[in-house]
Design a protein around this ligand. Structure first.
Ligand SMILES: *Cc1c(COP(=O)(O)O)cnc(C)c1O
Length: 375
């Protein structure tokens, strides 16, 4: 064979040494392996074990006759439904094929070489990938230490202190993945008051539906007061539609207008649009999912603490648990029993596992397995 060209040298410099987002274990292979043995218990990806509203299925079926047609390119019906439910104007909404895509585009459009994207140490793994893919530099502010009440959570004072003239974009999730920690609306306001108005602030609210602490309200209420504020939401978690990939941004229309040219045509498919609209319309189902998750979050936290484990406080549908130096061995023991949790080595938290809060019987199966390794 003639020599293969050096394709890496051909690539955009920002892309040459990027690592892909790690989605965790090979779930389809594990499902086959444990199909006959009580089934796979999937606690690694913060999915909603209760599933979406039952009204989603007929909404998808109604779309099937139109599969040969492109979907609504703007997703207007879904935008209207979101606008109504969130009390914002439709022109403030942009839909994505999952919010991951929108985070990538945000960095692509608003940052580049010589720019800094400011993050907190234990942030969602997509943010540094988005920054690096845009050629920008991810800069990490220190998080709270492990023995703080908001263990490993975002320290907004440290973030504010790390803003430089090169900072273009600040990204954090509230509540946060992978820590589960959060800060209140009052703290967010104090932080936003310290951010120059030309620096964009992305508040990722992927888990906002699961919040029970009244001190934490959605940042949406602040969008009019802070035009540099962008809120990201998703249908992948509490709405139970991870398999369909729908997320959205709420931002100033002039910000969205700059993102629009890099949005792929028809980026949200027809089934996903119809399903999200149906899911959004079923408030009682969402409330039921949230209530059961909150109740199980308490139950599982208490059960894990009962084993002497350190469990971070959480306002999400998962728990970050400190297992110490035996963490990789414990993860393997669980996996051999068909229980998938998320190892945290990629986040620099090798002594922790992130565990999705599931239904009671599933949480009990996890606890039984853990008790056998940690009597
Ligand atoms: C799960 C998650 C998302 C959702 O991503 P999608 O692409 O919408 O599925 C976004 N942000 C955070 C912090 C998450 O944990």
């Amino acid at each position: 064979m003639a020599g293969t060209p050096d394709f890496k040298a051909l690539a955009n410099p920002a892309m040459r040494n990027l690592s892909a987002y790690d989605p965790g274990h090979d779930i389809p292979a594990l499902r086959r392996r444990f199909a006959g043995a009580g089934g796979l218990l999937e606690l690694g990806s913060n999915e909603n074990p209760f599933g979406p509203s039952p009204s989603v299925i007929p909404a998808i079926q109604a779309e099937l006759a139109q599969l040969h047609r492109y979907p609504d390119p703007a997703g207007n019906a879904l935008k209207r439904a979101i606008a109504r439910s969130q009390g914002v104007g439709e022109q403030h909404i942009m839909l994505g094929n999952g919010s991951h895509e929108l985070l990538m585009q945000l960095a692509q459009v608003f940052t580049g070489p010589d720019d800094e994207v400011l993050l907190s140490r234990y942030c969602f793994a997509v943010y540094p990938i988005a920054a690096k893919a845009a050629g920008a530099l991810p800069v990490y502010a220190d998080a709270y230490p492990a023995d703080h009440a908001m263990a490993l959570g975002h320290d907004l004072d440290a973030l504010a202190a790390a803003i430089t003239p090169r900072t273009k974009l600040i990204c954090f999730a509230n509540p946060n993945n992978p820590t589960g920690t959060w800060f209140g609306s009052r703290q967010l306001i104090d932080f936003l008051d310290r951010v120059p108005p030309e620096v964009l602030v992305l508040v990722d609210e992927a888990y906002i539906e699961y919040v029970s602490d009244p001190a934490l309200g959605s940042a949406l209420a602040l969008c009019t007061r802070y035009p540099n504020l962008i809120v990201a939401r998703t249908f992948s978690k509490a709405y139970g539609l991870a398999g369909l990939r729908v997320g959205y941004l709420i931002a100033e229309p002039s910000v969205l207008a700059l993102l629009e040219p890099v949005r792929e045509s028809f980026n949200v498919n027809a089934l996903a649009l119809a399903a999200s609209e149906a899911a959004l319309a079923d408030g009682p189902h969402l409330q039921k999912v949230v209530a059961r998750t909150q109740e199980q979050r308490e139950w599982l936290s208490a059960a894990l603490r009962g084993l002497g484990l350190r469990v971070s406080p959480s306002q999400t549908n998962f728990l970050l648990v400190h297992f110490g130096p035996e963490t990789p061995a414990i993860e393997q023991v669980l996996l051999q029993q068909g229980i998938v949790v998320r190892p945290m080595g990629g986040y620099g938290l090798g002594e922790y596992l992130r565990i999705t809060v599931a239904d009671r019987s599933e949480n009990e199966r996890l606890m039984a397995a853990l008790k056998a390794v940690r009597p």
